[in-house]
Ligand binder design. Structure first.
Ligand code: FDA
Length: 298
């Protein structure tokens, strides 16, 4: 990342919220479920699948967790009503993981039951390393209890990931957005890529269904090679991308016959997600500069 970009990334948390909202608008469907439905309908028309994320990570009490859980049940109902091709992605901290793990588990179980009844699916996002053990524990317990409509996420950045992959049947594999220390995480971009490739190979070797979640051309190319060499059918894996990131590359994957799922976040609590997306956008300095110029113009 260029020097100017790095400087802008550091000051982003001090940028006015309204500017952050505008800069990040391509990454977020909007504040309401109607916004998410509109975006997913368009993606489906383009031959893409979706996963809907209700934004919200800063919950302070059980009522807030219940609100998020209810919002997800409403999402499932709308997906059915509108006949959308979409599942959901949930964050355990938004369902109260750090307040009360047992309560969080009840919310997740109810959502997975709802998904099963509707022939849908719940993906459990992976958050920072303080939540990895609890997240994998809950996922393994759900599978052991016979719930098949649920998957988890692994982060190639973490040194433990290759070992964690053993025996997991349905995984989204990504680099990992949360910056972690060198004792537990690779710091070098090439090491993270090597971990991604090795974990993907392990998952494919054991027959897992993998959501290959990256916009990194080197990793997409490697995944395509692994898929080709193994002779996998298109139902055995999917590519995944974030809304607003490299959509033209997503179009190509679809044209080439691969399944592509787009992560569609919506909701009022957009700020943390928006900051993360802007911080990994290599052209953020350009956007910020252009925006500043526009605002300075009379
Ligand atoms: P990298 O960041 O190197 O990006 C590769 C290229 O993609 C860049 O050079 C640029 O061209 C483009 N690009 C990437 N981000 C961009 C942006 N914001 N704006 C513009 N261009 C951009 N993480 C996590 O810790 N837990 C999770 O549960 C998930 N879930 C998840 C779901 C899905 C569907 C995706 C695609 C990603 C996640 N992630 C995640 C995030 C993931 O860990 C990672 O931070 C991002 O995908 C960026 O990593 P890349 O592999 O794309 O590489």
């Amino acid at each position: 990342m260029a020097l100017l970009d790095r400087a802008i990334v550091r000051v982003l948390p001090f940028v006015p919220r309204e500017l952050v909202r505008r800069l990040a608008s391509r990454y977020i469907a909007g504040p309401t479920l109607d916004d998410a439905v509109r975006v997913v309908r368009k993606l489906n028309a383009e031959g893409k699948l979706a996963t809907i994320d209700v934004l919200g990570e800063e919950i302070r009490d059980g009522d807030a967790a219940r609100e998020i859980a209810l919002a997800y049940h409403r999402v499932f109902a709308r997906i059915d009503d509108e006949r959308l091709d979409s599942n959901v992605s949930i964050k355990l901290t938004a369902l109260g993981l750090q307040l009360d793990e047992a309560m969080c588990r009840l919310h997740v179980e109810a959502l997975v039951r709802d998904a099963t009844e509707r022939d849908n699916f719940v993906r459990i996002d992976m958050e920072d390393s303080s939540t990895t053990d609890a997240t994998l524990r809950l996922y393994r317990d759900l599978r052991a209890a016979g719930h098949e409509n649920v998957g988890v996420v692994l982060q190639a950045r973490l040194r433990r990931t290759l070992a964690d992959a053993q025996g997991l049947p349905n995984v989204r594999l990504c680099k990992g957005i949360y910056l972690e220390g060198p004792a537990i995480a690779y710091q070098d971009a090439d090491e993270i890529r090597a971990s991604f490739r090795a974990t993907l190979a392990t998952l494919f070797d054991q027959g897992s269904y993998v959501g290959i979640a990256t916009h990194d051309e080197a990793l997409i190319a490697d995944a395509l090679r692994q898929v080709r060499e193994r002779g996998l059918r298109r139902e055995q894996y999917e590519f995944q991308m974030l809304l607003g990131v490299r959509p033209e590359r997503g179009d190509e994957l679809v044209r080439d016959g691969h399944r592509l799922r787009v992560y569609v976040p919506f909701g009022e609590h957009w700020y943390e997600y928006a900051l993360r997306r802007l911080q990994e956008n290599p052209a953020i300095a350009g956007y910020a500069a252009a925006d500043t110029l526009r605002r300075l113009r009379p």
